[in-house]
Design a protein around this ligand. Structure first.
Ligand code: 5GP
Length: 265
């Protein structure tokens, strides 16, 4: 696992020292108050479990699950997948998050929780990537400001891996690229099936991507196969059958399901 890391951005020792400092500040700010820590699943759990032990006032704990649609490293639209157990009305709530990137996740969460009328609502994030921000977010307690790099470790994952690394590191590019490329192929096939792009556009994209070179082997062969299955325009077998699509999607780890419904106009 450590071999997959190109660079350690924040060491275990730096994290430990920062957690102690944040714990001290939070304890001082909330002394005498009833503090509820709300951890965002799943990335924040490592940070949260260390942070809560660095806080020396009584705290309660709850979790909330948020998921974003879209490619693996970009947050798209956000939705709630697991709600809090506690009623937060009148309570002092501190959201604990692993990283703030575009800000969309927290913007959604803050709006959602604010509507439940807590006495106060603040944010504590281990990492902040301000260069990527799309939605302004006030982070009250920040661990480290980091550059625009995709990081893993200390709770942060890539395709559900690397969460248990004790530091925050940058993944080697070739690992990263492979999963991103798979995501891109998947997306194009989906676009074609949803009639957002034509078959010719799909093939043109596959050819251009192959021509650009430097593709991971598996993904290159997937694209070659896609082109071969489609055939030449004008030739008798030109096209992509449902079976072809299902097979390509299966190789990308996805299953094709067909849903029927009444026509909508
Ligand atoms: P935002 O909504 O601010 O764009 O993104 C927040 C979420 O995106 C985080 O909770 C995290 O799950 C994911 N994320 C953003 N940047 C990174 C990153 O560099 N590494 C990892 N592993 N996840 C990230």
């Amino acid at each position: 696992m450590q071999d997959d890391i190109a660079e350690i951005l924040v060491t275990q020792e730096e994290i430990q020292a920062k957690v102690v400092e944040l714990g001290r500040r939070i304890s001082e700010d909330y002394r005498g108050k009833d503090l509820l820590l709300v951890g965002l699943l799943r990335g924040a759990i490592v940070f949260l479990s260390d942070l809560m032990r660095a806080i020396d006032i009584p705290v309660r704990l709850d979790f909330i699950g948020i998921s974003s649609y879209g490619a693996s490293t970009e947050s798209g639209a956000v939705r709630l997948v697991m709600d809090l157990e506690s009623d937060i009305a009148g309570r002092h709530v501190l959201i604990v998050e692993d990283i703030v990137d575009t800000g969309k996740t927290l913007a959604y969460l803050v709006e959602n929780l604010r509507a439940r009328r807590p006495a106060s609502l603040r944010i504590c994030a281990l990492l902040d990537k301000p260069e990527r921000r799309q939605v302004p977010i006030q982070i009250d307690y920040v661990g480290f400001v980091i550059p625009d790099k995709f990081v893993v470790g200390y709770g942060l994952d890539f395709a559900e891996g690397y969460r248990n690394l004790p530091f925050v590191g940058v993944l080697k590019e070739h690992l990263y690229k492979e999963v991103l490329m798979r995501g891109a192929i998947l997306q194009r096939i989906q676009n074609y099936l949803n009639r957002q792009i034509t078959l010719s556009e799909l093939v043109a994209w596959a050819r251009d991507t192959l021509a650009a070179g430097d593709l991971p082997l598996n993904e290159a062969s997937l694209l070659q196969e896609l082109i071969a299955r489609v055939g030449e325009p004008g030739s008798p077998g030109f096209g992509l059958t449902v079976d072809d699509c299902a097979d390509l999607l299966r190789r990308l780890g996805h299953e094709m399901r067909v849903s029927l419904g009444p026509l909508t106009y």
